[in-house]
Design a protein around this ligand. Sequence first.
Ligand code: GSH
Length: 218
Amino acid sequence: MLKFYYNPISVNARRVWVALLEKQIAFEPLLLNLDGDQFQDSFREINPLQRVPVVVDDGLRVVESLAILDYLEAKYPSPSLMPGEVDAIAKVRMIEMTTVTELQPATMILTRPLVELDTDAKKLQSAEESVTKVLQFYETLLGQQTYFAGDKFTLAEVVAGTVIPSLPLFGFSLDDYPRLLAWAERLEARDSWQQTTPDFASLAAAIPNIKAILERRC
Ligand SMILES: N[C@@H](CCC(=O)N[C@@H](CS)C(=O)NCC(=O)O)C(=O)O
């Protein structure tokens, strides 16, 4: 059976978890606490980068969440989470990449003060500006459509939809982006979102680990 190395409060792992559920792929969840267990030799052999998520399937090891999503789509094509039309493919990839290269690094900076780490005021301002630019861009891309690529739920939802709901934690209100708000509410009604939403107790318990990760990484 497919092995899924994860942590329940990891957004990168959550997007893989959502895809596994949406595609109804049977998997064995393997929890890493990220309290140092990611540095053990046994896990380093599985992922030399020492991060979750990782998937091991039929002897193939895949790291990096977006690579895992592409792998799952290729290996388990039904139900499909990737559109076939040229413009829709471009849109999905745009959303995936802007989420991981713009939105996520900004949220890492914005998490620092929440866990009482000193942070340069200019970096905080620049992170807030990045989030605002991305939200405005997404609001426009969504337009009147149900999902980013039209009527069909795709990897754009899986990737952006597991990051955007965290933004109110940093003071961003989705009320300013009514189309995105309605879209986020549609996603939160899905079983795959409800099954993977981190609970408050897990988040609170993970604060020391989050702090240690941020001190190392940004
Ligand atoms: N680009 C990677 C990022 C993976 C990543 O940063 N995972 C975090 C959890 S969200 C992690 O395992 N951190 C452990 C650490 O930094 O020590 C992906 O998309 O899979």
